[in-house]
Design a protein around this ligand. Structure first.
Ligand code: PBG
Length: 306
């Protein structure tokens, strides 16, 4: 009766992977219970999530072939665009289709942007690609565009591209405070990404030593037109969620990432913790800190539990 926070199914967004060129869904060893879907198994999965009351899904594509610029990301027949059209056909407006916008799943070097002659990410050249991806995703039926590459100016560039193509109404969920975290490992298995030369994303993602900088990133994204701002990962950054909640009046999303999920699953498999109980405790804490929306691989499990 006096509980201040209650986690509900309609707080949750399920991340889903769809892979080009496979006939059967493929399990992901480091993400137990999560699959690389075929177009057809994705439709089945979304139907079940919809029936459980999950209000939205976020889609990540795994293309059959990768190249230097990540062209599969904006190809109208790229895997995510095809999947968006399938889902829109099947489910209309029953749930929100969020399109993650980045090129790392599509580039052969695994970075979130195109590289310059020295092997560094070229921020401004990347913005042109992001604009094309946003329009392709919008045309395929995305409800929300979610840029995750942490390029400077990405929200403004995407907003302008959407507005210029008749998609003024589409909101942007910006991965605004995305940290250069060691917790993304299982996700990179899920999308077959290895950053060449043992590289990392510290040039564009945030330093986990910094909090004020995250607030500045969030304010910049809102000034460029972000409608929803995200903090990622979630549990090690509850202070950031809480500070953002105090300062910002936009909806705040938090991404409970692959490594956070995998740790709970691995310990639960060994019988060391009660997995569902820990998941509920952790995700309630994320909501208590101030998140309005939570992206989590536990979405289905929690929806079955709640
Ligand atoms: C980048 C992207 C990443 C995640 C979502 N979008 C990985 C990265 O930045 O390397 C991670 C999500 C997770 O770990 O669950 N396109």
């Amino acid at each position: 009766m006096v509980a201040e926070t209650r986690l509900r199914t309609d707080d949750l967004i399920a991340p889903l992977f769809v892979r080009e060129g496979i006939d059967e869904p493929q399990p992901i060893a480091s993400l137990p219970g999560v699959m690389q879907h075929t177009r057809s198994s994705l439709r089945d999965e979304v139907r079940q999530l919809r029936d459980l009351g999950i209000p939205g899904v976020i889609l990540f594509g795994v293309p059959a072939a990768k190249d230097a610029n990540g062209s599969g990301a904006w190809d109208p027949d790229g895997i995510v665009q095809m999947a968006l059209r399938d889902l829109r056909d099947d489910f209309g407006d029953d749930l929100a289709f969020v399109a993650d916008l980045c090129v790392d799943e599509y580039t052969d070097h695994g970075h979130c942007g195109v590289l310059d002659g020295h092997g560094s990410v070229d921020n401004d050249a990347t913005l042109e690609l992001y604009a094309r991806i946003a329009v392709a995703q919008a045309a395929a039926g995305a409800d929300i565009i979610a840029p995750s590459g942490m390029m400077d100016g990405q929200v403004g560039a995407i907003r302008a591209a959407l507005d210029g193509s008749g998609f003024e109404h589409l909101p942007i969920m910006a991965y605004s405070a995305k940290y250069a975290s060691a917790l993304y490992g299982p996700f990179r298995d899920a999308v077959d990404v290895t950053i060449t030369g043992g590289g990392d994303r510290k040039g564009y993602q945030q330093d986990y030593a910094n909090a004020r900088e995250a607030l500045e990133e969030i304010r910049l994204d809102i000034a460029e037109g972000a409608d929803i701002v995200m903090v990622k990962p979630a549990l090690s950054y509850l202070d950031i969620i809480s500070r953002a909640r105090a300062e910002i009046d936009r909806p705040i999303a938090a991404y409970h990432v692959s490594g956070e999920y995998a740790m709970v699953k691995a310990a639960a498999e060994r019988g060391w913790i009660d997995g569902p109980a820990v998941a509920l405790e952790q995700l309630t804490a994320v909501k208590r800190a101030g998140a309005d929306l939570i992206l989590t691989y536990f979405a289905r499990e929690l929806a079955e539990l709640l």
